[in-house]
Design a protein around this ligand. Structure first.
Ligand code: NAD
Length: 293
């Protein structure tokens, strides 16, 4: 059976989703999707040959089985809830919500309804990350820093520990569960600059520092400094470029979940990682806000 789909939010991510749904990777689960329309708060012409439909239509049509939520972060939660309540599977761009408790709620709702709730994490598919993971396998961490820089964020993307959850996901995927020992946010609102610093500890009590820095003209980059017992990594390795795009890899994964091809153990592990990251993001926000005078 084809999975009728709708894309919600026609920004950068939403347009890529439509492109991928229209030209799925051959012989993959991505071919199971069939795009039926898109939803936008604006009134738009056809996009890539796809028609705009209303939210009501998207929620009520029997031939729509899955929604791709690609809006800005502040309204993911509300859209996810509406689609789950309407009995639709959901694929949401990270971060799924801007609080840990709302994510737990939504996951419980999906479970009750027997629906797939999938949070996109394309950062785990990048060649650099895959190579880094290989390079550090078997090494014992002593301490590390991940410093992300990028241009100013548009409004409605949430606290930086949430909008930057991809960096936190890297650290958790590489080093396991973490605890937050301190966090702060320095903001210069008039200059659209901000710098968040979070101090973390691994289960082995090794310190990790995560810095998320944004401002006009700051180049998008990740600087790493990882010190291991017998080696240091101070630059991201350049991984092998792959023919399949990052969002397409995510679409295939969502499709595999819908086809029941992902084991319960894998689903559980992924869900634990996602909720753990959101819990850390919550904690970082709390600590940052309590230290901001
Ligand atoms: P975006 O700013 O391009 O779009 C965000 C929202 O703004 C969309 O709902 C879109 O419909 C709306 N929008 C865009 N242009 C508009 C306009 N001219 N007028 C009115 N509304 C407009 O942001 P994005 O990069 O697509 O991010 C969407 C989601 O995807 C976010 O949750 C983000 O965290 C996630 N995400 C994006 C990427 C990426 O590479 N862009 C990667 C991973 C996750």
């Amino acid at each position: 059976m084809m999975l009728g789909s709708v894309v919600v939010g026609i920004g950068i991510a939403g347009c890529v989703r439509m492109r991928d749904l229209l030209a799925p990777l051959p012989c993959s689960t991505a071919e199971k999707f069939s795009i039926r329309g898109f939803v936008s708060r604006r009134t738009l012409e056809d996009q890539q040959g796809v028609k705009q439909i209303s939210m009501t239509e998207a929620l009520n049509r029997d031939d729509i089985h899955a929604a791709f939520i690609c809006t800005e972060n502040t309204n993911h939660e509300e859209y996810i809830r509406q689609f789950l309540e309407a009995g639709k599977h959901v694929c949401v761009e990270y971060p799924m919500t801007l609080s840990y408790t709302s994510a737990v709620d939504l996951w419980n709702l999906a479970q009750q309804k027997g629906l797939v709730l999938h949070e996109e994490h394309i950062e785990l598919f990048t060649p650099d990350f895959k190579q880094l993971k290989k390079d550090i396998a078997g090494k014992t961490l002593e301490e590390g820093t991940l410093h992300f820089t990028g241009g100013s964020l548009k409004p409605n993307f949430g606290f930086p520990s949430f909008s930057g959850i991809a960096r936190l996901t890297w650290l958790v995927d590489l080093f396991g569960e973490l605890t937050v020992t301190a966090a702060s946010l320095v903001e210069e609102k008039e200059n659209k600059c901000m710098k968040m610093t979070a101090h973390l500890l691994t289960r082995q009590q090794k310190p990790l520092t995560w810095i998320e820095e944004r401002g006009p003209g700051l180049g998008r980059a990740k600087h790493i400094h990882l010190r291991f017992q017998d080696a240091s990594i101070t630059e991201l390795p350049a991984g092998q470029r792959e023919p399949v795009g990052l969002f397409m890899q995510d679409l295939v994964l969502f499709g595999r979940k819908l086809q029941g091809e992902v084991s319960a153990a894998e689903l559980q592990e992924e869900r634990s990682r996602i909720l753990h990251c959101l819990q850390l993001a919550d904690r970082i926000q709390q600590l940052s806000e309590s230290t901001q005078a």
